[in-house]
Design a protein around this ligand. Structure first.
Ligand SMILES: [Zn+2]
Length: 753
């Protein structure tokens, strides 16, 4: 093929047009030659040529036109991406070319124009696989070849043809066109051979593409996440502007999207959602968890915060989102009333209660109660919406409970507080104390367990100094009150007190670190479970050694201080009070541990360690619980296969791979089509709520915004959606605590003026 054109006519479209026209005449050795002076060519043209020149003569030469997608291979035949019979001699080069291009599935073909075979023809919806949980996934491996009027499996054709259940779809000469038995393609896509080639295809593709640009995709992911929320807000604002411009009422008779009488604004939102993946996804994500928490606001209304937790995958990056949806004013106090408010709200927001796979609340009886609580009533409607008590509340409650379980423990914490109060009540005592101490003492409240750690840590490290200051005060004081108070404090600082101080200091340090992690919104159940297990283990370790180290340390300290009152009942150390704490942790985390155990076989460590039989058994148990979401038989097949794939893809990392990392792996290598059921199970697990901490965070935020957006239903709807975007955009960019501080600062200045 030779193209003689004058320089000014040498536009890319022209070349394309010619190559299109001549495509039937392309011969085996055809090489594109363009007679033009390089400096007079347009940039696009130059690129085409230089690309061509770079390629080695033995490699396939690619001339791609915009619509025919024909490649010309110098040593081979012409190749049509949509026509596997033309890929006769598969070489590594050709395979790479095909993978980098990706399958031309023939989705844009007008299927109505195709001749029928015994009254049947290919139907476009076969490009999608229907999953049990009513989601669909694209069959990206499936090629409909127009030329052959038959279906081909891209990966099976790409690698070797093997005897599979429907061999014709894997045979690049034949293809499958038995439309009457179209459901046989499902047999093919779940067959071991197909999965093997699918994974080979995807891993090779990922390797080829990864080597091109890792940085770029990361950059993109960050950018897209930000854009996503801007996009929602923009879409909504545009709808409102449109309504306002045309004098249309925003409100309809209902606030539900997609029903009659929903009003122009919601109609537009619905319309947009059809074109906009983001909005659509929020409405149609079929795996989500509900988080609710109540707090009284300034005007004594009970405010219920509504949060939806779900797995969000954007640009191949897996993220766990906890999106703030709205505040609901409720007058209900009972579980029944709250549950019906919640159910009504979910309906208004288009969240199907049947999509819920988890529920998270604080541990109040009206929410968490086993029989009459909200969680029980929602489980009546959907038994898959598992309730998991808020992990950070649990830890707090376990601590508070064990600190007040008996007189001895109560007395210990009271003494800590009275030491603080003795000094803080008087400025002169405080000054005297601070001349000796490096870190100031702190008080602790009964409700917030973490405050105990703040109080105990400085006291424990400086107890010698505090003891010395008290002794000096007694010796030098002219004040009778100070002397007697100091004396009674000194009496309380005995062996028992010092021992508890040392032990609690160690335990609370660990509890404190755990609490901080447990409040993270991206925390997943598997990580929470291993964190709590580690906490229990170390407590158990203390217990088993009977606090030998702490006791030795305390005894030395007692001698140093010259304390004579050593009447601690150490005979009975075995049934000491810290056992209460361990027991509390055991029963409060029972549910969380149970769910984590059910899904435990999905972690990298389990995939590495478990035998195929063990794995199948665990998968079967889980699949039976989630038969609404997944196909049991397929899931069991997938998991054993997945085990090998993970071992081969990340041999070094598998033992420490978490569930979210494995879901990320499925994304990175595009394995969703091959392991759709595993993908769903991963999402269900990651969706399970760990804490209700996001609800609490929302309380402070919404008090700022709520005032501005509240009057009619239509506006409330608007507020829901804008708040949703504000919350996420803001949270992504700035630290909200700063805003609150700033707000508080402005407010407090106003008061002073
Ligand atoms: Zn196949």
């Amino acid at each position: 093929m030779k193209i003689d054109t004058k320089p000014d006519e040498s536009k890319l479209s022209k070349v394309t047009a010619i190559s299109d026209k001549d495509k039937s005449n392309i011969t085996e050795s055809s090489v594109m030659k363009i007679d033009t002076k390089p400096d007079e060519l347009k940039l696009s043209k130059v690129t085409v040529i230089s690309d061509k020149d770079k390629s080695n003569i033995t490699e396939p030469r690619i001339i791609e036109s915009s619509h025919s997608k024909i490649i010309s291979v110098t040593q081979q035949h012409s190749i049509d991406y949509n026509n596997p019979p033309s890929w006769v001699h598969m070489t590594d080069d050709l395979r790479i070319t095909l993978i980098l291009h990706g399958p031309d599935q023939g989705k844009s073909i007008d299927f109505r124009s195709i001749q029928t075979k015994d009254g049947r023809r290919f139907l476009p919806h076969w490009f999608k696989k229907q999953l049990p949980n009513s989601e669909t996934i694209d069959r990206n491996w499936l090629i409909y070849s127009k030329n052959k009027n038959a279906l081909f499996c891209f990966p099976c054709c790409l690698f070797e043809y093997r005897q599979s259940q429907i061999p014709l779809i894997a045979n690049r000469q034949e293809g499958f066109s038995d439309w009457k038995n179209i459901n046989r393609i499902e047999d093919h896509e779940t067959s071991p051979d197909h999965r093997k080639y699918f994974v080979q295809w995807k891993t090779l593709e990922a390797r080829l593409k990864n080597s091109q640009s890792i940085d770029k995709s990361l950059q993109n992911a960050i950018f897209l996440e930000k854009e996503r929320w801007r996009h929602i807000l923009r879409a909504i604002l545009n709808s409102i502007l449109f309504c306002a411009k045309n004098n249309l009422a925003l409100r309809g008779s209902t606030s539900e999207i997609g029903v009659q009488g929903s009003g122009v604004f919601l109609d537009i939102v619905e319309l947009l959602s059809k074109y906009d993946k983001t909005l659509e996804e929020l409405i149609s994500n079929h795996t989500k968890s509900l988080l609710f928490d109540c707090t009284p606001d300034v005007s004594h209304n009970e405010q219920m915060s509504e949060i939806i937790r779900y797995v969000y995958i954007a640009n191949g990056k897996v993220k766990i989102e906890e999106s703030f949806i709205d505040f609901i004013i409720t007058e209900e106090k009972t579980g029944e009333g709250l549950a019906s408010d919640i159910m009504k709200k979910l309906q208004d927001d288009q969240h199907d209660i049947q999509d819920a796979r988890g529920q998270g609340y604080d541990n109040g009886a009206n929410m968490a109660g086993n029989y009459r609580g909200v969680q029980a009533r929602i489980q009546e409607k959907n038994n898959l919406a598992l309730y998991i008590p808020c992990a950070s509340h649990c830890l707090n409650l376990a601590g508070v409970h064990s600190a007040s379980i008996n007189a001895e423990m109560k007395h210990f914490f009271e003494t800590v507080e009275s030491i603080f109060k003795f000094f803080s009540r008087s400025t002169s005592r405080w000054t005297t104390l601070m001349q000796t101490l490096k870190v100031s003492l702190k008080g602790h409240s009964g409700i917030r367990w973490s405050s105990k750690s703040n109080a105990i840590k400085p006291l424990n490290t400086q107890i010698k100094e505090v003891y010395g200051v008290l002794q000096n005060m007694i010796a030098n004081s002219l004040n009778a009150d100070t002397t007697s108070s100091a004396q009674s404090l000194l009496k309380n600082i005995n062996l028992t007190f010092l021992f508890y101080l040392d032990v609690w200091n160690q335990i609370l340090g660990q509890v404190d670190r755990a609490t901080k992690v447990l409040q993270m919104k991206t925390l997943t159940l598997d990580k929470a479970a291993s964190l709590i297990q580690a906490l229990k283990n170390s407590l158990q370790e203390f217990r088993n050694t009977e606090f030998e180290e702490n006791f030795t340390r305390t005894s030395t300290l007692v001698n140093t201080l010259g304390i004579t009152n050593t009447s601690m009942r150490f005979k009975k150390r075995k049934d000491w009070n810290f056992d209460v704490f361990i027991n509390q942790l055991n029963w409060r985390y029972e549910k969380l541990m149970e769910v984590a155990y059910d899904f435990g076989f999905l972690s990298g460590a389990s995939l590495y360690n478990m035998s195929t039989i063990e794995l199948k058994k665990a998968a079967m148990d889980l699949a039976m619980k989630y038969e609404k979401d997944i196909n049991c038989a397929e899931f069991i097949d997938e998991i054993t296969d997945f085990q090998h794939v993970v071992k081969s893809i990340i041999p070094d990392h598998i033992k420490s791979a978490t569930v979210i990392e494995l879901l990320q792996l499925i994304q990175d290598y595009n394995l969703k089509e091959s392991y759709p059921n595993i993908e769903i199970v991963f999402r269900i697990f990651l969706t399970m709520p760990v804490t209700a901490a996001t609800c609490e965070r929302s309380f402070s935020k919404l008090k700022l915004i709520k005032n501005y957006l509240r009057s009619t239903m239509g506006q409330e709807r608007l507020s829901n959606l804008s708040i949703l975007s504000i919350e996420n955009e803001v949270a992504g960019e700035i630290n909200f605590e700063d805003v609150i501080d700033e707000f508080a600062a402005i407010k407090s200045r106003k008061v002073k003026l």
